[in-house]
Design a protein around this ligand. Sequence first.
Ligand code: SF4
Length: 208
Amino acid sequence: MPLAREAVELLIQAARAWYFEGDRHGLRDREWMALRFLGRANRFSRTPSALAGFIGATRATASQIVKTLETKSYIIRKPSHEDKRSVVLCVTAQGEKCLAQHDPINPVLNAVTALDSEERIRLRDSLREILNQLDATHQRLNASICRDCMFLAERSAPKGRAGTEYTCRLYRAPISPDEIELLCASFERANDRLRVDEPADRMRVASV
Ligand code: SF4
């Protein structure tokens, strides 16, 4: 138990990098969280409602944060290709530059990058396991990446094309290899990846 407590206390100290009073480089901690999320979110999750869910804010608070980020020219609204009534929130080049240069999590990111690859994998897997247990306790879901999502289906590319093709069965849309590592607010954890070219009895039916 003392070891577990020490580890949790260290986590709390690390969290001071991203939870802070006041502002850093003109943004409060939740505004940084929002800009960071929008910089990593996939095309389905760059919406005001997904943003509100991710940062744990009401729609009104999220809308205020969006206005602040727009005023600073870090994000712009564009009409959604998926749903003409919606908008997508896109990080501008200025927003990306701000994240690269001033994001308060950058020192933590650099410290983790400095670990050797096995330590990084162990750290990621341990944190993921802890988060899974918290999710089960609080019955909530966090945004995560397509690669680990139950809705991602993969199959070998048709003859003549190399590699693997991916589809999201929730949004019924193709997912490009570049999008696999982006955050999605509709993510649901998979234990087993569905391959659409596997026999039917191997296929899991998605609850969509
Ligand atoms: S596969 Fe999952 S994570 Fe990826 S877009 Fe679909 S719902 Fe989101």
